[in-house]
Design a binder for this molecule. Structure first.
Ligand SMILES: Cc1cc2nc3c(=O)[nH]c(=O)nc-3n(C[C@H](O)[C@H](O)[C@H](O)COP(=O)(O)O)c2cc1C
Length: 332
């Protein structure tokens, strides 16, 4: 039996792998590399200005391949209209559901819509809102985590609950072809990977952050509320670095009573101070002790040992996944 990838048919892909919108670390270079290689590249657009998103979207459209702009709805999607006017073919939402006028504007622009959720109830609401694909995020995910449920359990429940024709994408802790095969065999139509694509040549992550991702063992991530500056009350999964360990050793005190609070740990590319506990991740151009910042990573990070070009990562993940599925006797 040959598996049929509805995600590819619906979104115009050749490989059913989505590169997650990892905030401003997922810039146009990464999205272009993944989309040109047949996956779905994405731009983390929540904090991108309208002028910038206009330039990014118009530039990416030259590729002729689909790509996604993403908005975390804990914040106002300020540049969404600009992205749609520039012709973004796919819009992704997370951390909330788009309201009716927003859905209408996506539809009026002829864009497809993905919604990332962390629960069965969220998945049902995303389906009702008209999502063309529902992304199921398990608690293994890197970055800000909506879910309190392991991916495998959530995926099974969501698959049982949603209509058979609804496209479901699995996300959270996936870094190998075997992980991808397991998710597809468990009923996903495709997968979305964030941490794996942060550690690629084209990502805008700081080199020290990429190096840190390649140098961890198992169980070296934590789901925490430590790095809340700029995005409070939202759990996030990060590497266990010195800032996190010092905060835990102090008994996880609340804001205002945390060790080293108010200290500048790094400077942005524009020279602005980045304080300890800020939610920003280290990007290229930042200077200082960037490994004391939030180093977002999913539970699969221990399988990452190098920083190849994104197209190479995409192709080898998919060929390993196909081999694993062949081994499981599900593909001819
Ligand atoms: C550095 C980083 C930044 C992220 N930023 C966002 C974001 O801005 N919006 C969003 O919807 N998800 C964001 N995520 C979560 C991803 O959408 C996705 O759920 C996650 O990367 C999947 O888990 P994995 O990293 O283990 O592959 C981020 C993840 C990482 C690692």
């Amino acid at each position: 039996m040959r598996l049929h990838y509805r995600l590819c048919d619906r979104f115009g892909l050749t490989i059913p792998i989505v590169q997650a919108p990892t905030a401003s670390i997922a810039g146009p270079e990464l999205a272009a590399a993944v989309s040109a290689a047949g996956g779905l590249g994405s731009l983390g657009s929540t904090w991108t200005s309208s002028d910038e998103i206009d330039a990014f979207v118009r530039g990416l459209r030259w590729l002729g391949s689909p790509f996604m702009v993403n908005y975390a709805l804990s914040f106002v999607p300020a540049s969404l209209d600009a992205a749609l006017n520039a012709g973004a073919p796919v819009v992704g939402f997370s951390w909330g559901l788009p309201d009716r006028p927003v859905v209408d504007s996506v539809r009026a622009a002829n864009a497809l819509m993905m919604i990332q959720v962390g629960s069965v109830e969220g998945a049902r609401m995303a389906e009702d809102a008209g999502a063309d694909a529902v992304i199921c995020q398990g608690q293994e995910a890197g970055g800000h985590v909506q879910s309190t449920t392991p991916l495998r359990v959530l995926l099974e429940h969501v698959r049982n609950e949603l209509r058979a024709e609804t496209i479901v994408i699995a996300a959270g802790g996936l870094t190998t072809g075997e992980d991808i095969a397991a998710a597809i065999l468990a009923g996903a139509d495709g997968v979305m990977l964030g941490t794996r694509f942060v550690a690629t040549q084209e990502s805008r992550a700081h080199l020290d952050y990429k190096a840190a991702l390649c140098d961890v063992g198992e169980d070296e991530t934590s789901l925490t509320v430590c790095f809340d500056g700029g995005w409070s009350h939202s759990p996030h999964r990060v590497l266990r670095n010195s800032s996190l360990k010092a905060w835990e050793a102090a008994g996880c005190p609340p804001p205002g009573a945390r060790p080293g609070e108010g200290e500048t740990v790094a400077l942005s590319a524009l020279g602005e101070p980045i304080l300890r506990y800020d939610s920003a991740a280290p990007r290229q151009g930042m200077q200082g002790s960037v490994t004391e910042m939030a180093l977002y990573a999913g539970t699969g990070v221990h399988n990452i040992t190098s920083v190849p070009p994104a197209a190479e990562v995409l192709r080898s993940l998919w060929s390993d996944a196909l081999a694993a599925m062949r081994g499981a006797g599900t593909i001819g």
